[in-house]
Design a protein around this ligand. Structure first.
Ligand code: CDP
Length: 239
């Protein structure tokens, strides 16, 4: 497969056309950003740690009946995916209160959210990703009511699967963000699932094992990403 023209460059990934119909290549770059792009750095190997974890989690989800865009890895930072018509929603599933939900609402950090709370933001950088509700999503024609119902159902299934996998590695899945796209009539998981898009806490120590280490300068970001990638993908080999 040959990499062709750039289709889209985001804050941490670039997406390329290929010479194969309806297949794209996602490049996981070493760029890391936080606070709406307000903090930026390049951290060596970050892209490959996130790609490794994303590929692993996509495969795990697919084995468990979740449709994803993942096809294969070309090298440690280049992933082949099926082309989707992306839906500009950031679907966040929360099991424990942390981050913006604690800043914006009277939740105490660390409060268990049972049942999990789904929050959907509009993926629109210029508007700083405002939170949506079902009526706004339908009125803006971002998704049909049936698609929205499906998206929420799949998001909760993904949450159950990831929560169990990570718990077995002594990791609490506090929250995570996913994005979906359409492939024909079906809804398919796209984007990535990585330390940039999940909030992970060590079950025993409570230590952050994700991008919060970068956001709040809690330690060596790449040492943490490396350790977490090992911990998550090792669970694979045992399963
Ligand atoms: O990270 P922050 O506290 O600002 O936002 P949040 O709403 O608490 O984020 C919830 C989860 O979604 C965290 O795991 C974030 O890393 C992730 N997220 C993301 O990956 N991309 C975004 N644009 C927003 C949130």
């Amino acid at each position: 497969m040959k990499q062709k023209k750039l289709l889209y460059a985001g804050k941490a990934k670039s997406v390329y056309h290929t010479d194969v119909d309806r297949k794209l290549i996602v490049e996981f770059r070493d760029d890391i950003t936080a606070f709406d792009g307000g903090k930026k750095d390049v951290l060596m190997n970050k892209g490959s740690y996130n790609a490794e974890v994303s590929a692993f989690l996509f495969e795990y989800l697919m084995k468990n009946g979740v449709k994803t865009h993942f096809v294969s890895m070309i090298d440690p930072r280049h992933m082949v995916v099926r082309e989707l018509e992306m839906i500009p929603l950031e679907v966040i599933v929360r099991n424990v209160a942390a981050g913006s939900i604690v800043r914006n609402y009277p939740f105490k950090e660390g409060t268990k959210l049972d049942p999990p709370v789904i929050v959907i933001d509009f993926k629109d950088d210029a508007r700083h990703d405002p939170m949506l509700n079902d009526d706004l999503i339908v009125a803006l024609k971002l998704a049909s009511p049936a698609e929205l119902k499906k998206i929420k159902k799949v998001a909760l299934k993904i949450n159950q699967l990831l929560f169990a996998l990570l718990a077995a590695q002594g990791i609490t899945l506090v929250d995570f963000k996913i994005e979906f796209g359409r492939q024909g009539k079906s809804i398919c998981l796209g984007d990535e699932i990585s330390m940039d898009s999940m909030r992970l806490w060590d079950k025993k120590s409570g230590e952050s094992l994700d991008k919060d280490v970068y956001r709040f300068e809690k330690g060596d970001v790449m040492a943490t990403y490396n350790r977490v990638a090992q911990r998550i993908t090792k669970s694979a080999k045992k399963r």
